[in-house]
Write a protein that binds this ligand. Structure first.
Ligand code: MCN
Length: 795
């Protein structure tokens, strides 16, 4: 194969401003809510006010008499035909998997579950008519607490299943042959640290609420949806509804954020599909913020019981993890698999020789949980980074030093971990050294000591968090071994138009990550065409008919390589054309600085560009035998391994011991995401990710009352931070290229979130150590900090 662009143009690595931003920031774009179709009707959904109840009667007849109403129906009306929402990750053979009808039929199992719908000529009429629907509920006992749900005589979320346990999934390094047996490690330990950490429930509060429009009037049923997964949605709609797949088109127009929360096949999408079929007209549903907080899937919600065995010199000998993972009332598309993504990460950047992980998925009368930025990996990183700090305290050692004694050295890569992964590359020393320097670690420690000594009511705390993560979700083979139903490959197509302009069709589906810019940079570099001449098309199954979409920081690590491969094919196809135009032999040509030239010719010598070749084949005059009238190319890619970015984050907090108020004084993030395509995008991803990690540490929590009502159903109660609540983030990088990635790049989309939560909590606990505080429950609100100081909050 030709080596593409032996002298690249320098587009890759350039801090290009994002070409999509003008339309996204000004809102002058096609969000799903902006889709207007002739004769379009509006859908409103009646949701259960109870967390668990039998539905004994639903009467929609009054709604039908309301002005503007076209139809109204309940789950009972469509019980036989509506199907069940899919779960694509049955993690064990015997996983308990209840039916999940889009509209509840006989029973509701969480507050906010959809019960009935109204379709009307305008949204206000549809919403108003909901009030006329009569539903009789017979309350059933609720179970909200995971430990109570697993008790022998527990109230059941799904009575017919006889249990609230969804599954138990176990990894044991002794049995897997990836390390020693963990019991022997604990038997030989000099120190054992035992802790319970709570990962509170979070809500992926994307900026654009979920929205869907279904048009059943054309040859294909077209679904516009604010989704991260148009391709997966198409397959699932075909499978669930029985509609032939070629009759379903899914369009994800511009999507205003997802963070995993739009990695879902939603009840609302299927309800809108049913409604549109029923009325034979386009139907739109856009949720309110309160509906979104209540019924879009939630994230995290785990109880982590951990034991770490070590020697007194700081060497960790083994780790036991016992996890309870709240599934909510049903399973979403990857709900059971989320904790498994963490299972491979508890050993983090360390050379632990023995490891056992047991996870039990539990049903409760709460909104279904599923992916939320980092999915499983932030939880694992939090646990181990908190434990490493506890070990440091136990051994009276610096927390950075205890990490250093256990981490994989940069000359030890590739490294087979105790959890069964092969880390391809990394340099934890370099990232940590750089972070410590930028942070001014020694000076801050000195200041901390003097504040402690003087009894300053505002104490300084320093938190360190080192992390790696498995991202770039793929490889299909591994996902298959973990019983995930879909693959992990990705596709890209390049169409070189006759005038030399380029259309890229990608199977990734950006919803804020800037793929149009980054993909243009890659193509400009590889094909030697101007950045402005590249148009990136995505998110419409009619133009991009295959792909596996965007999540798990996979788009660059997988989709980016498919794109590079497609570029290589374009150059290969153009080469005989250029040879023909230059009247030389193919073997005499090289491609550099955007043109084919005879090997050894100076870079300003006349050559033939990709545009020249595209026009020549378009005209197709006098082309050699076998040359096609296009130099377009398609490529797919399925990697052999995950992508392993890493980094070190440091946080300094000032904690007012009289009021409990926490202020982040400084925050340093040094991330290693291999080679960077666009440093501005990467910095933005890190900033956004860190903001979400800080949000878990300090601000956000979904709270239910004892009857299963969501108390945090508005942004007054569920409190995502604003820019004013967040610190300036000093972000820098080290660069350890991914050896098997032609661009050397690793994923970045979740890194900031994974790293930051433990850095912040470690810093708060560090500030409060002299007061006997060794843990604080998240979010560390002033009230919680204040209670911890008074000895009341060690759980
Ligand atoms: N990038 C780069 N150089 C690298 C790595 C990445 O220039 N070495 C660029 C990529 O070209 C891409 C962006 O950074 O433009 C993110 O790339 P990647 O890490 O491949 O992540 P994905 O594009 O697959 O995005 C998914 C990831 C996830 S899993 C969540 S959750 C998340 C995130 O992206 N949700 C987001 N970032 C988000 N950003 C926004 N604005 N909105 C969301 O919903």
């Amino acid at each position: 194969m030709t080596t593409v662009q032996e002298r690249p143009t320098g587009e890759v690595g350039a801090a290009r401003k994002r070409k999509e931003d003008a339309r996204l920031i000004t809102g002058r774009t096609m969000w799903t809510e902006n889709v207007m179709l002739p004769g379009m009707l509006h859908l409103a959904i009646l949701r259960s006010p109870m967390a668990h109840a039998r539905i004994t009667r639903v009467d929609t007849s009054a709604a039908l008499r309301e002005p503007g109403v076209v139809t109204a129906f309940s789950g009972r009306d469509v019980a036989e035909t509506q199907g069940s929402l899919p779960c694509a990750w049955p993690v064990t053979e015997d996983m308990v998997h209840p039916d999940h009808p889009p509209l509840a039929v006989d029973e509701v199992r969480h507050a906010g579950e959809a019960v009935a719908v109204v379709v009307a000529r305008d949204r206000a009429s549809a919403v108003d008519a909901l009030a006329t629907i009569e539903v009789d509920y017979e309350p059933l006992p609720v179970v909200l607490d995971m430990e109570e749900a697993l008790a022998e005589d527990a109230r059941l979320v799904h009575a017919d299943k006889g249990t609230n346990k969804a599954y138990t999934w176990i990894f044991d390094s002794g049995e897997a042959g990836t390390g020693h047996g963990v019991d022997a490690a604990f038997a030989g330990a000099e120190v054992v640290i035992k802790r319970r950490y709570i990962q509170q429930r979070l809500i992926p509060a994307f900026m654009e609420p979920r929205s869907v429009v279904v048009d059943p009037t054309g040859d294909q049923h077209t679904i516009w949806s604010a989704t991260q997964i148009p391709h997966i949605l198409r397959v699932m709609v075909a499978l669930v509804t029985g509609t032939p797949e070629h009759k379903v088109r899914v369009v994800a127009p511009d999507v205003g954020g997802g963070f995993g929360g739009k990695l879902q096949v939603t009840a609302e999408e299927l309800i809108a599909f049913m409604a549109a079929q029923r009325v034979g007209k386009p139907v739109k549903y856009t949720e309110s913020r309160s509906d979104s907080l209540l019924s879009a899937h939630h994230g995290r919600d785990q109880i982590q019981d951990l034991e770490l065995a070590a020697r007194r010199d700081g060497t960790v000998l083994g780790l036991r993890v016992n996890l309870l993972a709240n599934m909510g009332a049903y399973l979403g598309i990857v709900t059971p698999g989320v904790p498994l993504l963490g299972a491979f990460m508890y050993n983090a950047i360390y050379k632990f020789p023995a490891y056992r992980f047991v996870c039990t998925g539990v049903y409760t009368n709460t909104t279904t949980t599923d992916a939320y930025r980092g999915a499983g990996r932030p939880e694992a990183t939090y646990a181990i980074e908190r434990l490493m700090d506890e070990l440091a305290v136990e051994l009276d050692m610096d927390p950075v030093e205890v990490r250093r004694r256990n981490w994989i050295r940069h000359d030890e890569f590739p490294f087979d971990t105790v959890a069964g992964l092969t880390y391809d590359s990394g340099n934890y020393e370099a990232a940590t050294d750089k972070a410590l320097e930028l942070f001014g670690y020694e000076a801050l420690r000195a200041e901390q000591a003097s504040r402690r000594e003087s009894g300053d009511p505002v104490q300084l705390g320093i938190g360190v968090s080192t992390y790696t993560e498995m991202c770039g979700l793929a490889p299909s083979r591994v996902l298959g071994a973990l019983r995930y139903a879909a693959g992990g490959w990705e596709t890209a197509s390049i169409r070189v138009l006759p005038t030399g302009k380029v259309e890229v069709v990608t199977g990734t589906s950006p919803h804020g990550q800037g793929h149009e810019t980054a993909w243009s940079q890659i193509v400009a570099d590889r094909l030697g065409v101007p950045f402005e001449d590249v148009e990136v098309l995505h998110g419409d199954t009619r133009t991009s008919h295959k792909g596996l979409d965007t999540y798990g920081s996979r788009s660059l690590a997988v989709g980016g390589i498919a794109l590079v491969n497609a570029c290589t094919k374009v150059v290969d196809k153009a080469k005989p054309v250029a040879a023909h135009l230059l009247e030389c032999d193919v073997s005499d040509l090289e491609f550099a600085d955007g043109a084919f030239r005879v090997r050894g010719a100076p870079s300003d010598a006349a050559g033939k560009t990709i545009a020249d070749c595209a026009f020549a084949v378009f005209a197709a005059h006098d082309m050699p035998e076998g040359v096609e009238p296009t130099i377009d190319a398609d490529a797919t890619y399925d990697p052999g391994n995950f992508s392993f970015p890493h980094g070190t984050h440091l946080c300094a907090t000032e904690v007012d011991t009289e009021t409990g108020r926490v202020t982040i004084r400084s925050y340093v993030a040094v991330d290693d995401v291999g080679r960077v395509i666009n440093p501005l995008i990467v910095e933005g991803q890190v900033h956004g990710g860190v903001a979400q990690g800080i949000a878990q540490a300090l601000f956000e929590e979904a709270v239910y009352d004892s009857e299963g009502n969501l108390l945090t159903g508005t942004f007054i109660d569920y409190t995502p931070p604003s820019a004013a609540d967040l610190p300036d983030i000093v972000s820098d990088r080290t660069e350890t290229p991914a050896p098997d990635h032609p661009l050397g790049a690793k994923g970045v989309g979740e890194a900031g979130t994974i790293a930051s939560t433990p850095a912040v909590i470690n810093a708060i606990v560090d500030a409060l150590r002299p007061y006997g505080v060794s843990d604080i429950r998240m979010p560390a609100t002033p009230e919680r900090v204040w209670q911890a100081l008074r000895g009341g909050a060690r759980s």
